[in-house]
Design a protein around this ligand. Structure first.
Ligand code: PLP
Length: 436
């Protein structure tokens, strides 16, 4: 029976184009999808940067099934399942030392808005409730809720929603500069752009700023790696002015950059980290905010007791089935050394990536770990080329996420070399075409 496509409004999708030429996936296993026509596609974007250990993991499916039959739901206001505490403990073992308090959400967007609220609550608890300003960056993507949209620096995501949500947000400049073109890894130029934070402090006063949010690697805009030393400079400036530093690791978390978190790869410890995506290997929606214990203690200890210390939470915070999926994912990551596998594959991945230089459709390459951005030569309008290339790659047998005129190529951390070579082969064939 043909699927009736008339009743769903799809997210971040050209709905009319989708109706004309649907891309329906019906099965996934390892680093492959199968579409409704029975064709096989290699997965070049880990789904949507979620499925670090590949698709169709039976360990996760079994854990989910068992959990559904044991305890399908528990409210997390004043009650909990032990699983959420077990998961919090397991995550704190992976996170940078000190970030050992976990607040559970259902998505990256919710993690970002939760982190914003936690930052405000922290300063209020310290007697600095005047710190209501947030700093983020041009080109940033921090999800789609109103807090995250206000932080966001992607024009199309803000424009339709007029105000961007919150009035007191300042944006630092993005970190890309012409002399970084085709530099893989950390660009050597541009760390001084961190001084934009000092300019914002000079304009508004350091004591008006609650937190500075950055994606350690700007992902959704097309993968921009921070210049060497940039994140450390931000950390130093935040420390000097009592500003919380928040890393949005919704994409970079769980081994994508070679270590568990980009905070560890870049050796900079933020005060909060937002997580989602690979937390459950993509199997069940879940997100989290990792919080430095000092921040947590400040909020908890400032409360007089007798009620919640933080008036915030979700019906599905710490959902037992999501926890079961996350715990099973963390078991796979540990038992199969998934992050180590990703780290081992990264040099070969980046070397193969550099082989795309000079192809007709390529104008820049960026990458770190197993996360890369392939910038296309511009089309007639922004995004038009990206949409065509996405379709051409789909038709050729490669699923990738495109954003504007960039491809975000980020295969699963467990991808074998033969599959990786096949993915690069498809990219090469398509991106060599003069007319696209
Ligand atoms: C850095 C970052 N933050 C937040 C989000 C939003 O996550 P979600 O789509 O799960 O709400 C994303 C999604 O790509 C992201 O890349």
């Amino acid at each position: 029976m043909a699927t009736n496509l008339n009743h769903q409004w799809m997210p971040f999708t050209d709905n009319r184009e989708f109706q004309r030429a649907p891309q329906l996936f019906v099965r996934a296993e390892g680093v492959r999808y199968w579409n409704a026509e029975g064709r096989e596609l290699l997965d070049g974007s880990s789904g949507l940067f979620c499925s670090a250990a590949g698709h169709g993991r039976t360990e996760i499916a079994e854990a989910v099934c068992k959990q559904l039959l044991t305890l399908d739901f528990t409210p997390h206001f004043q009650r909990a399942s032990p699983l959420s505490f077990e998961l919090a403990e397991r995550l704190s073992e992976l996170l940078p030392a000190g970030l050992n308090k976990l607040f559970f959400t259902n998505s990256g967007s919710e993690s970002v808005d939760s982190a914003m609220k936690i930052a405000l609550a922290y300063h209020r608890a310290r007697g600095e409730a005047q710190r209501t300003r947030f700093v983020s960056r041009e080109w940033a993507y921090h999800g789609v809720n109103f807090g995250g949209v206000a932080l966001s620096g992607m024009m199309r995501n803000r424009q339709a929603f007029a105000t961007g949500g919150l009035p007191h947000v300042s944006h630092m400049r993005h970190t890309w500069q012409e002399d970084q073109r085709y530099q893989l890894g950390e660009p050597q130029q541009g760390a001084d752009l961190a001084s934009d934070l000092e300019r914002i402090i000079a304009m508004h006063g350091g004591d008006s700023i609650a937190a500075c949010f950055v994606e350690p690697i700007a992902g959704s805009i097309g993968v921009y790696v921070p210049p060497a030393g940039y994140l450390k400079r931000l950390r130093d400036i935040c420390d000097k002015h009592g500003i919380l530093l928040v890393f949005d690791e919704v994409i970079t978390g769980f081994g994508r950059t070679g270590q568990a978190f980009a905070a560890q790869s870049f050796d900079v410890k933020p005060d909060l980290i937002t997580l989602a995506k690979a937390l459950t290997n993509g199997a069940i929606p879940m997100g989290a905010v990792a919080i430095d214990e000092g921040v947590y203690d400040t909020v908890i200890n400032a409360s007089k007791g007798g009620g919640p210390e933080l008036f915030h939470g979700y019906t599905y915070s710490g959902h037992p089935v999501a926890c079961a999926a996350a715990l099973a994912s963390l078991d796979i990551y540990r038992d199969e050394d998934v992050f180590g596998k990703g780290a081992q594959l990264a040099p070969y991945f980046l070397e193969s990536l550099s082989g795309l230089k000079g192809l007709a459709q390529v104008s820049d390459l960026r990458g770190y770990g197993l996360l890369s951005g392939i910038q296309l030569t511009p089309g007639e309008t922004p995004g038009a080329k990206g949409a065509r290339v996405q379709r051409a790659l789909y038709d050729a047998g490669l699923h990738v996420k495109t954003t504007g005129d960039a491809i975000i190529f980020a295969p699963a951390l467990v991808t074998g070399r033969a599959d990786l070579d096949a993915m690069f082969g498809l990219l090469k064939d398509t991106l060599s075409r003069e007319a696209l």
